[in-house]
Design a protein around this ligand. Structure first.
Ligand SMILES: Cc1ncc(C[n+]2csc(CCOP(=O)(O)OP(=O)(O)O)c2C)c(N)n1
Ligand code: SF4
Length: 282
């Protein structure tokens, strides 16, 4: 694979979109991860559908373009098939907190060893700015011309209560910090979520709001409950790793010593194993 992390694909994001900051942070994070010994060939990516997902076209990394909200299942499959890989999924708030939400909750619950980066622009941008699960009350768009009457969900609170072992929030206006968060999330063994407050200059320009309110926290909270308190703060918006803990990861609990790709078994042996499993201990 060439050293270049970009691709020749034409970039069609709007000028000023927060997705550019995420793309650059990911590129810098990949370089840092390589320096720390994670080979690029062992990094695999996937993405849902939306403006966020175009990042797949702009990154010279191996992977599989998925469907709306299903990149979470796709990267779990990649990791389960070859535990040597580090897998990263890119989702949108409509994608990961809407259509793919159950995948996200169950990936966190089982502590699947994956990293999800959610471009949270608080609207369905590619389809022209409809309200999404994280849109603020009063948000105006084609589906809510008089303003949304619903309260937004808090994705960090949701992830913390689903058992996530790494929960972080970043902002493209603080790119160096976002890069560090991505590096830490990928290195973390277990489920990691980086919710990125991504301004969408065309349908939801939040630069002013977040430039004024984000505040970097130096240390994660000591307990899950303290992290929840950080997640719901409103006067300031804490960014950084809110919570982190070591927990057994899913694939190691299922097969501690086995790599399905490298330790491939013949069809006959596989059928024999299935037969034994069905028979049980009798
Ligand atoms: C299963 C399915 N449902 C709906 C769509 C239509 N669709 C494509 S992009 C999109 C909005 C994506 O919004 P979000 O995930 O927030 O990403 P953004 O465009 O804001 O980055 C929708 C609804 C689709 N492609 N597939
Ligand atoms: S519509 Fe919004 S999210 Fe999509 S590229 Fe433009 S600014 Fe970015």
């Amino acid at each position: 694979m060439s050293e270049e992390l970009g691709t020749g694909a034409e970039n069609t994001w709007c000028l000023g979109c927060g997705d550019f900051g995420i793309l650059n942070s990911v590129k810098n994070a990949v370089k840092e991860l390589e320096e720390r010994g994670i080979e690029r060939k062992n990094l695999l990516i996937s993405a849902g559908i939306g403006c966020h997902a175009k990042i797949f076209d702009y990154l010279n990394l191996s992977g599989l373009y998925s469907i709306h909200g299903r990149e979470i299942a796709t990267i779990q499959g990649m990791k389960f098939a070859n535990p040597e890989l580090k897998v990263i999924g890119f989702g949108g708030d409509g994608d990961s907190y809407g259509e793919g939400l159950s995948h996200l909750i169950f990936a966190a619950k089982r502590n699947a060893d994956i990293t999800m980066i959610v471009h949270n622009n608080e609207n369905y941008a590619l389809t022209t700015g409809q309200m999404s699960p994280t849109s603020v009350e009063g948000f105006k768009g084609p589906s809510t011309p008089k303003g949304s009457i619903e309260e937004p969900i808090n994705p960090l609170l949701l992830m913390l209560s689903s058992g996530a072992s790494f929960v972080a929030r970043g902002y493209p206006g603080k790119m160096k910090h976002l890069t560090e968060l991505i590096v830490e999330a990928v290195e973390h063994e277990g489920f990691s979520l980086v919710d990125v407050l991504q301004p969408c200059v065309t349908f939801n320009d939040t630069y002013e709001r977040y430039n004024e309110s984000v505040e970097i926290i130096d240390e994660p909270a000591e307990t899950r409950f303290e992290a929840m308190e950080l997640a719901v703060e409103e006067d300031r918006v804490p960014i950084g790793v809110l919570f982190k803990e070591e927990k057994d990861v899913y694939h190691e609990k299922v097969y501690p010593e086995f790599n399905p790709v490298k330790d491939k078994i013949s069809k006959e042996d596989r059928l024999k194993r299935i037969e034994e499993l069905i028979k049980g201990d009798e």
